[in-house]
Design a protein around this ligand. Structure first.
Ligand code: DX5
Ligand code: ZN
Length: 218
């Protein structure tokens, strides 16, 4: 089943609760939550207090994308404020296995993320240890960028490794995904798709429905 994970980075933060309800009403089952620390990526977004507040008004699966340095320092905090799935960057830690174990120990799903410059070979040893691989299709740090088509080749490569090994690891793509290119991402082998701008710009409900049609489901 293909899943849409709308990214709230593109939401109107003055109406965040309302807009999350709207994506839920339209049938989205995941919510992508981008945490940026101003160090691993240049921008700063938001942290635990915001996640905790929206947790109180939503049951949707929280797909938290940590763009922070040494994420192992904060796994418990993100779990405590309601993250269901915790994605951290391979490039941000020297302790990949330990970070996966921390997430798993807390009963959360673990995801490992690779930036555009990181090759598939770097993530390959961990494929059997995680629930998801998140392949960035733009440079992490900002919404509204254009998809880098070469990143979809990595999705293809990871999909074929996962199949050859009989694994059930999800492949998520994130960055520059819109209605006119979502099919390319699915064809490459992604089964979870993040979209920020293309969901939260203009009519949110209609946008989610249109993604749902193109993707076969949300
Ligand atoms: C970028 C973030 C993305 C971003 C996607 O660093 O990880 O999740 O919000 O936004 P769009 O869909 O606008 O590229
Ligand atoms: Zn993201």
């Amino acid at each position: 089943m293909n899943i849409l994970s709308p990214s709230i980075l593109a939401a109107d933060f003055s109406r965040l609760g309302e807009q999350i309800k709207e994506v839920e009403r339209a049938g989205a089952s995941y919510l992508h939550i981008d945490v940026m620390d101003g160090f691993f990526v240049p921008d700063i977004s938001f942290g635990m207090p915001v996640i905790l507040s929206i947790r109180n008004c939503s049951d949707i699966l929280f797909d938290v994308h940590l763009m922070i340095d040494r994420p192992e320092r904060y796994i418990k905090e993100f779990s405590d404020c309601g993250a269901d799935l915790i994605n951290f960057h391979l490039e941000a830690t020297e302790d990949v296995e330990g970070t996966i174990q921390k997430i798993r120990f807390l009963g959360r799903k673990a995801g490992i993320t690779i930036s555009p410059q990181t090759p598939v070979s770097a993530v390959e040893p961990y494929l059997k240890l995680v629930d998801m691989v998140l392949v960035m299709t733009v440079k992490p740090g900002f919404g509204g960028q254009k998809l880098i088509p070469e990143c979809l080749d990595k999705v293809r490569e990871i999909r074929s490794i996962i199949e050859a090994r009989g694994l059930h690891t999800d492949i998520e793509v994130d960055g520059g995904i819109r209605l006119d290119n979502v099919e390319l991402a699915l064809e490459a082998g992604a089964n979870v798709v993040v979209s920020g701008t293309a969901v939260f710009q203009n009519k949110i409900y209609e946008n989610v429905k249109k993604f749902k049609e193109k993707m076969g489901s949300v």
